[in-house]
Each structure stands twice: as C-alpha cells, then as structure tokens.
Design a protein around this ligand. Structure first.
Ligand SMILES: C[S@@+](CC[C@H](N)C(=O)[O-])C[C@H]1O[C@@H](n2cnc3c(N)ncnc32)[C@H](O)[C@@H]1O
Length: 221
C-alpha cells in the first residue's frame, strides 16, 4: 500500500496536532491490536476541526466501526447535537456504544445496526457533516442518498480517497488523471466517487493527504 505521508512527516503532523484523550488513545491501541482500519489521529483531528468549522449540529456516518471517527466528531458537537453511527457488525457497534459512553457522548449518539444506505433512508432533515467510510464500491450510492440533505456550508468527507489495502493506487492515479485502466471494484468505486463529486457544481472538492487520504466536498450552492 502506498504511504500517503512519509513517516517523519506523519510524526510531525501527529506531534503538532491535538492530543487524543485517554479513551481515543485506548481506541488507537485497540485498532492497532486488531488491525482495524480506523481513520487514525491525523484524520480524526481533522474531522473534529471540520465539524467545528461547519458549526455542525448533526452528523451522519456511513460505516462507524468501533466508533473512533464518531468519537472525534462528537467532541465538536453541541450538547443538543446528534451523530448517527451505522455499522453492520454488532460487536463493533457495541464497542462504539461503550467508548462513546465513556467519553460522555452517549446522549448525542444514535446507534444503527444494518446497512447504512437503508438507515439513511429513514432519516429526514439536514446533516452538516457526513463521513463515508464503508464499502468503497458503494460510495457513489452513499453520496447520492445523502446529497440533498447537505445544506450550503455543509461537508461530505470520504475516507480512502487515495489508498487502502484493497485499492490499486497506480490504477487510481491513472484514473484521476483521465485514463481508463483496469481496476478492481474498490478502486473503481473510489474513482467513480471522485468523478461524481468533482463533477457536481454544487460541491467544491479537495483531497487532503492525511491518513489514507480524505476527499472533502464542501457544499457551495
Ligand atoms: C473502515 S471501517 C470504519 C472506520 C471508522 N469510520 C473509524 O474511523 O473508526 C468500515 C466499517 O464499515 C462497516 N460497513 C461495511 N459495510 C457497511 C454497510 N453497508 N453499512 C454500514 N456499515 C458498513 C464495516 O463493518 C466496518 O466496520
């Protein structure tokens, strides 16, 4: 897998960025011991910052795992805010519930077991920030499903915009530069997603090289 940041730069970014609290540090240890692909502290801190900048009151996640990204987001929410966690694995969702409760964020959280695309269909109203971090070949479907619920000034963030164990970086690079390479379904899913959001005139999209790469799409109209 390609390294998005050189290791000394990653150390630099991590050293200057905000420190994870004790629960997040424990969650980092859990991810490392289980080999779980959480977003990691650089992206987590960036998600929290984006939520603060957007004055987020309501957040939706496609794929929450054991709650790591949700925990960072929750720290930016007001007391009457809401974050919807979605997950198909009930053990991971139970871990998320425990970690969020330990941080004091349980009252903000809605825990939805099952397919995130079915869950979003049950939620009305606007979401100020959305994180897409589930099946790569369904990112476009996730964006389509939630697009009209993003207000001007709201954000959609997609993880693995540059890499992941299952993504073929060389093919993805060729794809974003306008080529038409052979791609597996995961790589094609990310390529299709980046094409979809960058073609949408209502959103301005940029990719930040942190973690495994995040695509940030800001609603401008
Ligand atoms: C990369 S992990 C999410 C990590 C999380 N955002 C974090 O940073 O801690 C992806 C998660 O999506 C879940 N998932 C896969 N397909 C899903 C679906 N259709 N709906 C909801 N969750 C799904 C997986 O079980 C996995 O836990």
């Amino acid at each position: 897998m390609v390294d998005v940041l050189a290791s000394d730069i990653e150390r630099f970014v991590r050293a200057v960025g905000p420190d994870p609290d004790d629960v997040l540090a424990e969650m980092d240890d859990y991810a490392e011991s289980e080999g779980f692909p959480h977003v990691g502290p650089e992206v987590g801190a960036t998600l929290r910052l984006l939520a603060r900048l957007a004055d987020a009151e309501r957040i939706f996640e496609f794929g929450s795992g054991f709650g790591y990204s949700a925990y960072w987001f929750a720290q930016a929410l007001p007391d009457d805010g809401e974050i919807v966690l979605t997950e198909v694995d009930d053990d991971e969702l139970e871990h998320a519930r425990e970690y969020m409760a330990r941080g004091g964020y349980d009252d903000l959280a809605r825990y939805e077991l099952g397919d995130a695309l079915e869950t979003i269909a049950e939620y009305d109203g606007q979401f100020d920030v959305v994180l897409i971090d589930h099946q790569k070949h369904r990112y476009v479907d996730a964006f389509e499903a939630v697009r009209d619920q993003i207000p001007v000034g709201g954000l959609v963030v997609a993880d693995n915009a540059i890499t992941a164990g299952i993504i073929e970086f060389d093919a993805l690079l060729e794809r974003v530069e306008g080529g038409d390479p052979e791609q597996n379904d995961h790589t094609a899913g990310i390529g299709d997603y980046l094409e979809r959001v960058t073609d949408d005139p209502a959103f301005e999209t940029t990719v930040l090289p942190l973690g495994e790469g995040i695509a940030i799409s800001y609603r401008v109209a």
